[in-house]
Design a protein around this ligand. Sequence first.
Ligand SMILES: Nc1ncnc2c1ncn2[C@@H]1O[C@H](COP(=O)(O)OP(=O)(O)OP(=O)(O)O)[C@@H](O)[C@H]1O
Length: 249
Amino acid sequence: MLNLKNVSVSINDKDLIQHISFTVPEHEITAVIGESGSGKSTTISAILGILPAQADIQGEILWHDRNILAISSKERSTVGKTNFFTIFQDAANSFSPTTKMRKQLYMFSGQRLGHKEELFLSKMSSIFKDLDLSEDILQSYPFELSGGMLQRCMLACAFYNEPALLIADEPTSALDMLHQQEFIKLLKNLNNRLGTTILLITHDLEMAVSTAQSIVVMKSGEVVETGQASEIFEAPKHPYTKRLVANHF
Ligand SMILES: Nc1ncnc2c1ncn2[C@@H]1O[C@H](COP(=O)(O)OP(=O)(O)OP(=O)(O)O)[C@@H](O)[C@H]1O
């Protein structure tokens, strides 16, 4: 479904990622792992079409066999809006501090799909129950909620949108261990229940192996290894992956 072929990004002649190729199979969870600066965020920005204006991008990003790098920015934005949903690292930064959660959650879900507020409230209320979130949250400002709650609110929007592809960019790095585990459980639940394809970006190999079916390992702007999570864990091939596995387990 999502297929990156030979994707390279440079800014002012500096190579950020080089000849990246990997596939994100439909209905599966794929994790991209790599140390800081390996090019994970650049890869996500390339998929979402949010690279800085001065960036030069080469290669193909195929969404259901359609190269989204070769279509107009208007078409691209429609493809993104109707198929992708992204959860970023720190949910607190995704919400405006001066607007109550009800309005913001509506904006990220019901409004995005053209739903009236009534429909939004009934659908969101059942999602809140599933995620064990109190409806009082709707009347709160973001600063009144914990990081874990805000991140779960973003996930509630993902459940609402039922995107074909959910991109989760280091979604648990601002959470403590307990909330990390809870969040990953909910992410798996979304994948199980709705068949949502998930691209999880993380620097945590342990989380990648326990969450994803496939893993893409990045280092210095390149993909050095891809494979089933069990293969990567049991028989890593690239020296960098071997080091990662040895250090984590
Ligand atoms: N706008 C930019 N201009 C120039 N260089 C950039 C820009 N954005 C990122 N880079 C460089 O590109 C490389 C890849 O960065 P990127 O943020 O994609 O890595 P990452 O794996 O996501 O790291 P992290 O886990 O720290 O977010 C790094 O060397 C970074 O300094």
